[in-house]
Design a protein around this ligand. Structure first.
Ligand code: PLP
Length: 406
């Protein structure tokens, strides 16, 4: 039997797998690994949202198939959020859709709008789904390098000029995972202008819309006049309200793109469980002080982690949004690359991080740390890393030996 399945052949083994395996083995040996690896919020969903879920779940009417586009009340709540937060007006019928997390929305939109042979432009490094949604759909992904000191627009134009056929879409995502990069509205203005000139759709992923620390709240691309002609934007409740396991996100913007995603979803799913949608509505419409608390939690952890590592001699830029810091591998270990350096941290400091290569080839000089451990454990991690960085040999003998045996 042929097991060379077309799509599976195009999905490389999960890059984080190697480090995850080591992490599991260390834990099995009883080591207490401090884990900054995955951007998986560790704190509880605010109680009033959970209470709404429990209440709604007791209603038998809520046990039936739901609506794949999302219940009207939730689409309206999203539209109200866009109104009060960004001053953007959305038609909840045509310009808003509920997704099973923004990841599902990104993947099914890619399926809906692209075909084998189409080209899309994706920043590199970026959240893996930005590229792999299109890889799964069979499209060609062309990377555009992004990062501090890099002229993204120049890279974009180069990629456009060298693409045959011309790209159908471009992904943007700020605050960015993994780099924590942010942009202001003028960036989006230039982007919308460019996409219109080049006849491309824009897919914006604003998953970290509410996770910001210093400076202004991140803007939405839909604030740009005329953006809805070319852009769709995904947002999510996962990070804003500590609801990653609930699987609720949204698409908003261009009606043709929303319609294409809605058509796709009408074949694939019956929508999120209605009580989850009811509770999600309560999250968006209810008191927002919980969002400020979540923001403050990440901010304090960020300060402990980044300032602590800076004091230990690791020169990590302070991120002003997202739940990550994007740490250049210290010079002394740069030759290792991100996977070997991640393994070294695991072995010598009992700290897990995400190797930057997992976010694309241009990420290999970095590792990503997510603010998902409490301050106490974060302090312990800083101490462990400090000890490693202060160790006299370039690569401690024990890890050189272990590396040889890997
Ligand atoms: C940039 C970005 N987009 C989307 C997602 C997925 O979020 P959701 O839980 O809404 O699917 C993540 C999750 O880490 C992310 O970092």
């Amino acid at each position: 039997m042929d097991t060379e399945f077309y799509r599976i052949k195009r999905l490389p083994p999960y890059v984080f797998e190697e480090v995850n395996r080591m992490k599991a083995a260390a834990r099995a040996r009883g080591e207490d690994i401090i884990d900054f690896g995955m951007g998986n919020p560790d704190n509880a969903t605010p109680p009033h949202i959970v209470a709404k879920l429990v209440e709604a779940a007791t209603n038998p009417k809520a046990h039936r198939y739901s609506s794949s586009r999302g219940v009207p009340g939730l689409r309206k709540a999203l539209s109200n959020y866009y109104g009060r937060r960004f001053g953007v007006e959305l038609d909840p019928e045509k310009e808003a859709i509920v997704t099973l997390g923004s990841k599902e929305g990104l993947a099914n939109l890619a399926m809906a709008i692209s075909a084998p042979g189409d080209t899309v432009l994706v920043p590199n490094p970026s959240y893996p789904m930005h590229a792999f949604g299109f890889v799964i759909a069979g499209a060609n992904v062309r990377s555009v390098q992004i990062g501090p000191g890099i002229d993204f627009f120049a890279g974009l134009e180069r990629a456009y000029q060298h693409s045959v056929p011309k790209p159908i879409a471009l992904i943007v995502s700020f605050p960015a995972n993994p780099t924590a990069m942010t942009v202001d509205l003028s960036f989006y203005e230039a982007m919308v202008d460019y996409a219109k000139k080049r006849n491309m759709w824009i897919i914006s992923d604003l998953a970290y819309s509410e996770i910001y620390f210093d400076g202004n709240p991140p803007p939405s691309i839909l604030q740009v006049k005329g953006a809805k002609d070319v852009a769709i934007e995904f947002t999510s409740l996962s990070k804003t309200y500590n609801m990653p396991g609930w699987r609720i996100g949204f698409g908003a913007g261009n009606p043709a793109l929303i319609g294409a995603l809605a058509r796709m979803k009408s074949y694939l799913d019956y929508g999120a469980f209605t009580p989850i949608q009811v509770a999600a509505t309560a999250a968006l419409n209810g008191p927002q002080d919980c969002v400020e608390e979540i923001r403050q939690t990440y901010k304090s952890r960020r300060d402990v982690l980044v300032k602590g590592l800076q004091a230990a001699g690791w020169n990590i830029p302070m991120p002003n949004a997202s739940m990550f810091c994007w740490a250049p591998i210290p010079e002394r270990y740069a030759h290792l690359g991100s996977v070997e350096f991640s393994k070294l941290l695991l072995r010598e400091a009992e700290v897990a991080v995400a190797p930057g290569i997992g976010f694309g080839e241009h990420g290999d000089n970095f590792v990503r740390l997510a603010f998902v451990e409490n301050e106490h454990r974060t302090r312990q991690a800083v101490k462990n890393i400090k000890k490693l960085l202060a160790s006299p040999s370039n690569m401690p003998e024990s890890s050189a030996k272990a590396a040889a045996n890997d």
